[in-house]
Write a protein that binds this ligand. Structure first.
Ligand code: NI
Length: 172
């Protein structure tokens, strides 16, 4: 089942999400719903706070090549264990900030630990778009958006555009 995605600015996008202690069927259902919502958007990552749930859960699939098999990842309590000194800059966007994009620089490689859908602990190194995406989504769990990396003026400009967009959508 698809879930509505919250749009910035929204106080729920600025909160720190709670760790998962018990992997329930309800949480698995939430994860499946989030993947469906993400693919439908379409997007390459989604964090639970973006659907209004303040739980440490993210989903992603950064496979972009046409014809390549999808690789949906469900990550409970994701955590960056180590980051490379080498940096990478990508033009980022966010499903909670539609149609706004900006360059963000982050570590090029990260080692990430998480609990998967079956409750198993996993550790994996990620690079390229996967590294950027997983860091962007984990930021959401700490109430941080990609625009928080931008200069204040640029951030304010995007926020004003978003306020306008939300007003327009509310009128429909
Ligand atoms: Ni985002």
């Amino acid at each position: 089942m698809k879930r509505p995605i919250l749009l910035h600015p929204d106080p729920r996008l600025k909160k720190t999400a709670d760790a998962v202690s018990d992997l329930s069927d309800e949480l698995r259902r939430l994860a499946d719903d989030m993947l469906e919502t993400m693919y439908d958007a379409p997007g390459i990552g989604l964090a639970a706070p973006q659907v209004g749930v303040l739980t440490r859960l993210i989903v992603l699939d950064c496979v972009k090549e046409e014809g390549e098999a999808p690789r949906p990842l469900i990550m409970f309590n994701p955590e960056v264990l180590a980051s490379s000194d080498e940096l990478n800059t990508y033009e980022e966007g966010c499903l909670s900030i539609p149609e706004q994009f900006a360059d963000v620089t982050r570590p090029a490689e990260v080692e990430v630990r998480w609990i998967d859908r079956d409750g198993k602990e996993r550790v994996e190194g990620m690079d390229g778009l996967w590294a950027t995406c997983v860091q962007h989504e984990i930021d959401h769990l700490d109430g941080k958006l990609f625009i928080d990396y931008l200069k204040p003026l640029k951030r304010q400009l995007i926020t004003r555009k978003m306020q306008k967009l939300k007003r327009e959508r509310a009128r429909v």
